[in-house]
Ligand binder design. Structure first.
Ligand SMILES: Cc1ncc(COP(=O)(O)O)c(C=O)c1O
Length: 389
C-alpha cells in the first residue's frame, strides 16, 4: 500500500455523508471544511471495496448470517494486533456501540441509577444515559499539565455513593489518551471492589501511535470478566462507520446471556449484510492499509505540530497517543471554546467541535479531526490560524 493512496482528495458531497452533507443542517455553513464527526476522508482498503461490490452485484440482499469465518476474522485480528485471545462464543453483535450502550443501561441498571462517565468525553455517552433516565455521574479526567489521567479517588467516591455502571473510553475520545496497562490495572483495583458494570468502549483501539500500545482491559485485568462488556468494531479502524456494526465481547456466561436476551428482544442481534462482508475483508486483508494509514496520520501530526508552533504558538494542544482527533486548547489565545468555535466556523469556514459539548473540562478546547488528506488539513490549518489570530 502506497502512502499516496491517502493523499487523494475524495468528493464526499452528495454521498449522504453526515460530515459533508450534514454541514448545513448541523452548522448552518454548508461550504465549511468539515473537521468534525469521527470518520475519515479516506477510501477504505481496496479489498473491502471489492468484497462489498462483489456482494452488491449479487443483487439479493436477504437476511444475513454471521458464519464461522466472521468470528474467526475478529478473533484472529485481536490476537494478532493486541495479543488478546477471544473465544468465538464470547462475541455478540449490535448495530453500533451507542445502541449497545443503551441496551446495557436498560438491562443492568434501574431508572435513576448513577452511571459514571469521565469527561471530557464522547458526548453521546451522556446523552444516552439521560435519555434512558439514568443519572450521569462525572468523574472528570485530571489534566496534569496537559497529560490526562483517570481520577481513581473520584471514581471510588462515585462508586461508594452508589453508581452502578462505568462507561470507559479506551483509547479516550477526545483527549487521545491510550491508557497503559498500569493505569488499567490501577483502575481495575478500584472497580473489583464494587458491584459495578463496566461498558468498555475500545472502538479506537487500532488507531494508536508508536510507542504507545493499546491494552485490552480484559487482557490486563481478567478479574473484571464477570462485569465487563467490551465494544469493538471495524468502524473507526477502516472507516466503515456507516455500515453500523459493533462486536460485543462478553466473557462471563450469565452476563452474556442477559445481554443476548436483551439484544434479542429488540431484534438487535441481527447484522447488516454488508457489515459482515466488510468486517471479514477488512480484518483478513486490511493490515497493510492500516499500517500505512497510521504512518500517514502520524505525519499529519508532524505537520500540525510544525504549523502551530510556527504560526499559532499560543495554541496549546494535547498530542494524541491514539485516535485521529486533536484536542486544542484555545485558552492562551484569550477565547473560550464557544468563541473560538464560532470564529473558526464563521471567519475560517472550518467546522470543528466545541469542547464544551464534551462535558466538564472541555470549556477551553476545540476538537479537530485530522484524518483527512494533507492538502485539506493544511488548508484547514491556515484558515484556523487566520481566524484565531
Ligand atoms: C469512543 C466512541 N464510541 C462510540 C462511537 C460511535 O460508535 P457507533 O457508531 O458504533 O455507535 C464513537 C464515534 O465517534 C466514538 O468515538
Amino acid at each position: 500500500m502506497d502512502k499516496s493512496f491517502f493523499d487523494q482528495v475524495p468528493n464526499r458531497r452528495g454521498t449522504n455523508s453526515v460530515k459533508w452533507d450534514g454541514l448545513e443542517a448541523f452548522f448552518g455553513v454548508g461550504d465549511a471544511l468539515p473537521m468534525w464527526v469521527a470518520d475519515m476522508d479516506f477510501r477504505c482498503p481496496p479489498e473491502v471495496t471489492e468484497a462489498v461490490a462483489k456482494r452488491a452485484d449479487h443483487g439479493i440482499y436477504g437476511y444475513a448470517y454471521k458464519d464461522d469465518e466472521y468470528y474467526e476474522a475478529v478473533i484472529e485480528w485481536w490476537s494478532k494486533r493486541h495479543s488478546w485471545s477471544i473465544a468465538p462464543q464470547w462475541i455478540l453483535t449490535s448495530p453500533g456501540t451507542i445502541s449497545a450502550l443503551a441496551v446495557a443501561i436498560e438491562t443492568f441498571t434501574k431508572p435513576g441509577d448513577g452511571v459514571i462517565i469521565q469527561p471530557p468525553v464522547y458526548p453521546p455517552f451522556e446523552r444516552t444515559i439521560r435519555l434512558m433516565e439514568r443519572q450521569p455521574v462525572y468523574n472528570k479526567l485530571e489534566n496534569r499539565d496537559g497529560k490526562y489521567a483517570i481520577d481513581l479517588e473520584g471514581l471510588e467516591h462515585a462508586l461508594r455513593a452508589g453508581a452502578r455502571m462505568l462507561v470507559l473510553c479506551s483509547p479516550h475520545n477526545p483527549v487521545g489518551r491510550v491508557w497503559t496497562e498500569e493505569e488499567l490495572q490501577a483502575l481495575a483495583g478500584v472497580l473489583e471492589r464494587f458491584n459495578v458494570l463496566v461498558f468498555d468502549d475500545e472502538l479506537h483501539a487500532d488507531i494508536v501511535y508508536a510507542p504507545n500500545k493499546h491494552a485490552p482491559l480484559l487482557k490486563v485485568a481478567p478479574q473484571l470478566s464477570d462485569r465487563t462488556i467490551v465494544a469493538t468494531s471495524v468502524s473507526k479502524t477502516f472507516n466503515l462507520a456507516g455500515l453500523e456494526n459493533t462486536n460485543l465481547v462478553i466473557v462471563d456466561d450469565s452476563l452474556r446471556q442477559r445481554m443476548s436476551n436483551a439484544l434479542m428482544a429488540h431484534a438487535m442481534y441481527r447484522t447488516n449484510l454488508f457489515a459482515i462482508v466488510a468486517t471479514k475483508a477488512a480484518y483478513k486483508h486490511g493490515e497493510a492499509w492500516l499500517d500505512t494509514l497510521l504512518s500517514y496520520l502520524s505525519e499529519n501530526l508532524d505537520v500540525m505540530r510544525a504549523y502551530f508552533s510556527a504560526n499559532l504558538p499560543e495554541l496549546k494542544w494535547v498530542e494524541p497517543e491514539g485516535t485521529y482527533l486533536a484536542w486544542l486548547s484555545v485558552k492562551d489565545l484569550g477565547f473560550n471554546s464557544t468563541e473560538a468555535f464560532k470564529r473558526v466556523l464563521h471567519e475560517g469556514h472550518v467546522a470543528v467541535q466545541d469542547g464544551k459539548d464534551f462535558g466538564p473540562g472541555g470549556e477551553w478546547f476545540l476538537r479537530l479531526n485530522f484524518a483527512t488528506p494533507r492538502e485539506l488539513l493544511v488548508e484547514a490549518l491556515h484558515r484556523i490560524a487566520r481566524s484565531l489570530k
